[in-house]
Ligand binder design. Structure first.
Ligand SMILES: C[S@@+](CC[C@H](N)C(=O)[O-])C[C@H]1O[C@@H](n2cnc3c(N)ncnc32)[C@H](O)[C@@H]1O
Length: 285
């Protein structure tokens, strides 16, 4: 018996390989054969939005002048954006109790603080970092302290930047923090100017160029590397080793592990929490 396929236009083998190849080239995300129905279910919506009859026409669009822009939409369609406030809360506890207090003392003496939420999805992770920082340092906005939130998916970056969440999404946030840092609007519950003041948002592909001059004190890159193949993932860890201050922290997702040459650059500091040591950064190609 053949497996029932999703209704609507069907992807041929050649078209699937072409699209999966472009996705891998652009994002390092591996689309195995098992993801084919998921890809079709998500892209059929895109075909309808573009009034395209089939995947032949879609592949032509990917090859046309509109191709580069369409490839961004393709990534939006295939990325998994599941996230939540204070997801894997032990990371935020370690940040609040062990990592931020000594840094904050230095920031009060004029040092800058930089934290990166490196695959931020719709922003819940970055806002959880901001809420944690404001607990430890309520006057963070008056110092040089910033949280950078980036994602490959432009739609997610827009949502993160808007900072409007549902009451349901805000359930893991302590009521006192919701009261202090959010207010109800017609669109939903919106983050205050104070919290946005210490955040910056940008579209960024982890496998592309990183336009940073300095290094980060803390990087969160959770539940994104799990979608990459081994070489892309190990290269990413090596780039993080070069982007984190000595003593700085890297938090990764619960089902991820540091592997490859960069693992020598980090000491285990907790569950999926690593601290940068003085080992030289491995060369990446
Ligand atoms: C499952 S979400 C994780 C969100 C958040 N870090 C968390 O753990 O709750 C994975 C995110 O990684 C992003 N992503 C996937 N590939 C990426 C890449 N090459 N560069 C940047 N972000 C990427 C996706 O767009 C998605 O928003």
């Amino acid at each position: 018996m053949s497996t029932p396929s999703a209704p609507g236009p069907q992807l041929s083998d050649v078209q699937f390989r072409k699209i999966a190849g472009l996705v891998y080239e652009d994002s390092g995300i591996i689309l195995s054969e098992a993801k084919r129905s998921l890809l079709m279910a998500r892209l059929n919506r895109r075909l309808r939005a573009l009034s395209l009859p089939d995947y032949g026409a879609y592949c032509q669009r990917l090859d046309s002048r509109d191709g580069p822009d369409e490839r961004r939409h393709l990534l939006s369609a295939i990325t998994t954006n599941v996230t939540a406030f204070f997801r894997e809360n032990h990371h935020f506890q370690s940040l609040a109790r062990a990592i931020l207090p000594p840094l904050v003392e230095q920031v009060r003496r004029g040092r800058k603080l930089r934290i990166w939420s490196a695959a931020c999805s719709s922003g819940e992770e970055a806002y959880s970092i901001a809420l944690t920082l404001l607990e430890v340092m309520p006057d963070a906005a008056r110092h040089d302290a910033l949280i950078l939130a980036t994602d490959i998916d432009p739609e997610m970056v827009d949502r993160a930047e808007r900072g409007v969440f549902s009451g349901e999404a805000l359930k893991p946030v302590a009521p006192a923090q919701v009261k202090r840092h959010f207010h109800a609007t017609q669109a939903g519950v919106e983050a205050s100017a104070e919290i946005r003041g210490i955040m910056r948002f940008a579209e960024l592909n982890l496998h592309g160029d990183w336009p940073f001059s300095g290094r980060f004190d803390v990087i969160f890159c959770r539940n994104a590397a799990i979608y990459f193949d081994g070489p892309s993932r190990r290269r990413l860890w090596s780039r993080f080793a070069g982007a984190i201050e000595p003593g700085g922290s890297l938090y990764i997702g619960h089902s991820e592990r540091l592997d490859g040459p960069a693992s020598a650059c980090f000491d285990v500091a907790g569950t999926t929490h690593y601290r940068r040591n003085l080992h030289p950064v491995p060369t990446t190609t």
